[in-house]
Design a binder for this molecule. Structure first.
Ligand SMILES: [Zn+2]
Length: 321
């Protein structure tokens, strides 16, 4: 183990160590992979590896205890520069100019200066043009790590000047096992989080933090069984994120109902904890009706992604249930 953070991709950190030892480290990398898969955490571990002052013991790439490691942990290491942009938040040219001014300086304490730009797809056109020259021509002891979950949104010119490092999602079985081990969740909850987290441990952690297992059952009860009234639906419609949550939960339920109709065993169900309820629900519909409901939900998801008004589509789904 080189780190306690489960989100760090240790084999990638080790690969950077080998590349550096053999003098083959490039100066700019683009980390590509789904959101919450651990790209930033891995980049920060690589930064720590280059900044650690101690000679770590066997099996470690940084000690985690020296003043450099501690500075890195508290985001105040002078040789680690981090532009943190959340989804949809623009990275402005001023931020890039500030970073470029730092790139030209020699490291203060570490053997390299590390620059991490999170969600680089949020960079403005001006900003990316300013960055291109630095990506093209290595400057001193600098290492640039850019991250993105939507590589197609990045300019070809940026992509082509970086070495691409891909982060792959874990299988549902592996992720469920991690959730069981690290979060001490039971079998059913772990399986459920693994399905919704799409192979990303960070997303599973978020789901756990927002008590998603309880919340999804409220949605199932409200929409499928107790019948939310118009006011409840109106409240859901006020928040795009909530609408998405409701649609995701409904999709998972209808999928389960279709599997139940086909007589497929409970191991394949997402909502295993609601198996009996969903069996009763599925009995009320023919398979074709379930397919039609599924189609309507998918259509509504598409409208949501296009920011269209969902009042009528949601009412249509409610009527069908
Ligand atoms: Zn250290």
């Amino acid at each position: 183990m080189i780190t306690k953070d489960i989100q760090v991709n240790c084999s990638i950190v080790e690969r950077f160590n080998s590349l550096d030892s053999s003098g083959r480290l490039a100066h700019a990398y683009l980390f590509v992979g789904p959101a919450y898969i651990g790209k930033t955490e891995t980049a920060l571990s690589i930064a720590k590896m280059f900044c650690c002052e101690e000679k770590p013991t066997a099996g470690q790439l940084f000690c985690g205890q020296c003043s450099s490691c501690k500075k890195a942990d508290s985001s105040c290491h002078p040789d680690i520069n981090f532009i943190n942009s959340d989804f949809g938040e623009q990275i402005k040219i001023e931020q890039i100019r500030e970073l470029l001014a730092q790139v030209r300086l020699r490291p203060f304490m570490a053997k390299k200066k590390i620059f991490i730009i999170k969600n680089v797809e949020n960079i403005t056109l001006e900003g990316s043009n300013a960055l291109l020259k630095t990506l093209e021509e290595p400057v001193g002891d600098s290492l640039l790590i850019l991250t993105t979950s939507v590589p197609e949104k990045n300019l070809d010119t940026i992509r082509s000047r970086c070495q691409i490092v891909r982060f792959l999602s874990e299988t549902k079985q592996d992720l469920a096992e991690h959730i069981r081990t690290h979060y001490k969740e039971d079998e059913i909850t772990s399986q459920y989080f693994a399905y919704f987290a799409e192979g990303c441990f960070g997303k599973a952690r978020l789901l756990q933090e927002k008590k998603w297992f309880e919340k999804k059952n409220e949605i199932i009860d409200g929409f499928l069984f107790k019948g939310w009234n118009d006011d409840s639906i109106k409240k859901v419609l006020e928040d795009k994120e909530q609408v998405k949550e409701v649609l995701d939960v409904l999709l998972s339920c209808i999928r389960d109902c279709m599997l139940i109709k086909h007589g497929i065993g409970q191991n394949s169900l997402i909502n295993v904890d609601r198996k009996e309820d969903l069996k009763g629900f599925a009995d009320r519909f023919s398979f074709d009706e379930l397919v039609a409901i599924n189609g309507e939900i998918i259509k509504t998801c598409k409208l949501l992604s296009e920011n269209l008004n969902l009042k009528i589509p949601i009412s249509v789904i409610k009527e069908m249930l």
